[in-house]
Design a binder for this molecule. Sequence first.
Ligand SMILES: [Zn+2]
Length: 340
Amino acid sequence: MALVIVSSPRFADHVTPAGHPERVARAAVFDEVARRWSGRGARVVEPAPAGHDDLRRVHDARYLEALAGAAGRSVTLDPDTVTSPHSHHVALLAAGAACLAADLAVAGNHPTAAFVRPPGHHAERDRAMGFCLFNNVAVAAARARQSGVARVAIVDIDVHHGNGTQWAYYEDPAVLYVSLHQYPYYPGTGGVAEIGRGAGSGTTVNIPLEAGATDADYDLALASVVVPVLEAFGPELVIVSAGYDAHHRDPLAGMRVSTEGFGAVMARLWSLAVETCAGRLVVVTEGGYDLPALGDGLEVTLETIATAPRPVTPVQGDTSRAREALAALRAVQAPYWPTL
Ligand SMILES: [Zn+2]
């Protein structure tokens, strides 16, 4: 099996306050899934901390200094985001894991998964936000670009909009950011009109979905926007910001995606990665706060990417939310993506 999982028991060492949804127990879910897949023939590798040069491509030097200053202490970085004594090191490992997963996918033309916490997609250039310290996916994309990958596509399926990732590449035409998310909702960004700026116009594609979106809504959005946009973009690497908080059991959000629905999303992305970039698909965890739903989501993701893509059949069901979003999106993105 060509599948590689980057994972570490150290992800349990970032400790959040009692009652915080982004909790230590999520790391036990990662460990359990990694152990099971190790037994099935996947290669499980330990990450190294991200280097300063990798972080600096995305984050301000002063912000990195401030976070380093929180090492060994408990600090409140924003109303939702706190550190414990080991958090700085664990966050470095999370960014390092995303980088290693991307390196391995690019070198080997095979899928990789990085099971990390804290998550990353809300972290901005100079601030922690929404449980996120370093923007793991943005750092990995920047490293891939530096190593010669011409075009990177980031597909963010976390139920929240990835403001940090969006802003990191807002003016960069070499990194496509596509997000499906509940809207309006935290963090407030992610409207269809946010399309990128300057040379990056059109390489930010937001698909805001009303609360209650179903498996069929997600599948339609994938089939009619994500797949054609990525086919036109021609990525040499696809990174998925894999949040599982759109699951119907998730306590934070209001979507109705099932485990099978996540499987359908991953099936389309996996098929696309094989077709466009020789199977260089990197899955990096973001949110997902119902532990069984998180474990099931990771399982169905690995099940999907561990074998050759199978023919995809459209998911049946209510697609009213997707159709509404797609009509609005086409109106603003059509000049950039004529196949939409
Ligand atoms: Zn989320």
